[in-house]
Design a protein around this ligand. Structure first.
Ligand SMILES: Cc1ncc(COP(=O)(O)O)c(C=O)c1O
Length: 479
């Protein structure tokens, strides 16, 4: 319970506690028919006498706000009519009834820990502050005049930004688009969401990679979509598996992250990328190519996206600035046939009336400046050095205890822990030691993996994080 007694106050502590619970009942923090902690448990948690809790509960009971039953403990009264004269909704029932599903509990736990504690963060799929192009962004915000440009913008996204994105994808990703076939979204995440919501219906079957970022998204389940898995190796998924899935389950869409995949870091072989396009054309199945990472190749080479080979418009191409500029800008985009983009844009307008103009201008000016290219060059050097560090640290502290593939781009490394271990215990032991990562079960069905992200911390912290993780693994093995 998030409450502390005010020992200076003239109000007795049991009244303070009763008032706190009463206000929690009124605002729905403690919903009707929900249990309250035991007297002993609450006294211990709050560091007060058990007799104080008993007195507070007695006060609430006499006001009809709680029920106390031998054996079944203390609960908030089901019917608090008459006392407060206000009916309080049973928020828990609403929370559980919504059709949009929550994140997995372990994912919620990781988000909470990252928000509340200062941990070494090998979990968050983003760049660290020092990798953001702060100088250029500052210059842009101080030089630009925003007057007249802060109204609702075009629902597909600012027209100048779409021109700039059009030039950007041509230059850096070899993609022929045009501004009317681009929709600006709130990150790649919103683009994925819009695709699922607008282009699929409950009962449809789709194929996703296992493990993958898409495996981690409740968005498919919320929409009643059945997901079938495509397993991969170091060269990505096997295209023939798509044909098999199509024949068996009539899959209606394929979601792929072929370049420096999250979480495995693998780059799909070019012949497989081409073969997948052939299969897509043979069966007429659209591909959603999710590509936040293709500009991060450590060799500095340009990696061809599926979309760059797509001559028929079978690929919906999604990308964002999250992994190459700054996650907080929330600038993403989707490219596809005009009719599809207009459908998604209509939906986006219903959701949020179009993207915030401010960050669209900043993104536009940065992408359009000569600083962008040098920023990417520098970013790749930094990411490579962090990749080298994590590989080094894994070899130093966990040499015979982990197996991994060394990624040649991207920001993640996917490790198989050789020994058996309890995933939750390992996470708890790691958090206790001040390091957080993503447990493999949230991203794939196979047991025994963890995902480390090496872009969010500098080298020394990466090293320290892996050292602490090794310590946590040792503690779990000794249990
Ligand atoms: C493959 C992939 N797709 C989409 C996203 C969502 O990113 P954003 O919405 O920040 O662009 C991520 C982020 O981790 C990702 O790894």
């Amino acid at each position: 319970m998030d409450w502390k007694p005010d020992r200076e106050s003239k109000t007795p502590i049991y009244i303070q506690l009763a008032l706190y619970i009463e206000s929690g009942i009124a605002d729905g923090t403690f919903p009707p028919d929900n249990p309250l902690p035991s007297e002993r448990g609450l006294a211990k948690e709050l560091g007060i006498n058990r007799s104080t809790v008993i007195a507070a509960y007695a006060e609430l009971e006499s006001n009809g706000l709680i029920d106390r039953n031998r054996g079944s403990g203390t609960t908030i009264s089901k019917d608090i009519w008459g006392i407060s004269k206000k009916r309080i909704p049973s928020w828990n029932r609403y929370i559980e009834a919504g059709s949009f599903l929550p994140n997995l509990p372990v994912t919620q736990r990781i988000h909470k820990e990252m928000a509340e504690q200062n941990l070494i963060n090998l979990a968050s799929g983003e760049l660290s502050q020092d990798l953001f192009p702060m100088k250029s962004l500052r210059e842009i915000t101080s030089n630009r005049s925003f007057i007249g440009s802060l109204g609702y913008d075009h629902p597909q996204g600012n027209v100048i930004l779409r021109e700039t994105l059009n030039n950007h994808v041509k230059k850096y990703r070899n993609i022929d688009a045009n501004p009317s076939s681009i929709l600006v979204t709130s990150g790649a995440q919103q683009a994925l969401h819009l695709v699922v919501q607008c282009l699929l219906k409950p009962g449809d079957a789709v194929a996703i990679e296992n493990p993958s970022y898409h495996y981690n998204l409740p968005v498919f389940q919320s929409a009643g979509i059945k997901t079938y898995y495509l397993k991969g190796d170091q060269d990505g998924i096997n295209p023939n598996d798509i044909s098999e899935l199509y024949k068996k389950h009539r899959i209606r869409m394929i979601f792929l992250n072929p370049i420096f995949q999250n979480p495995t870091g693998t780059l799909m072989a070019e012949n497989r990328r081409k073969k997948i396009l052939e299969i897509s054309s043979e069966y007429g199945i659209p591909i959603v190519e999710d590509d936040p990472y293709s500009l991060t190749a450590f060799t500095g080479e340009k990696v061809e996206t599926l979309k760059s080979f797509d001559t028929t418009g079978n690929v919906l191409y999604i990308s964002s600035l999250t992994k190459i500029v700054a996650s907080g800008l929330r600038i993403g985009w989707i490219i596809g046939p005009k009719a599809v983009i207009e459908r998604l844009s209509d939906a986006k307008q219903q959701v949020d009336f179009g993207h915030a103009s401010y960050t669209q201008w900043i993104a536009n000016d940065f992408l359009d400046s000569t600083n962008f290219e040098s920023h990417i060059k520098n970013l790749v050097i930094q990411l490579k050095s962090r990749r080298n560090q994590i590989v080094n640290s894994l070899q130093t502290y966990l040499n015979d205890k982990v197996d991994f593939y060394i990624p040649t781009g991207g920001i993640h490394i996917w490790c198989r822990i050789v020994q058996e271990f309890n995933e939750i215990q390992l996470l708890e032991e790691s958090i206790k030691r001040g390091i957080i990562y993503v447990p493999g079960s949230t991203m794939g069905s196979e047991k025994g993996f963890v995902r480390f992200t090496f872009s969010r911390e500098k080298e020394e912290y990466i090293n320290e994080g892996i050292r602490r993780f090794a310590d946590a693994l040792k503690a779990v093995s000794n249990k």
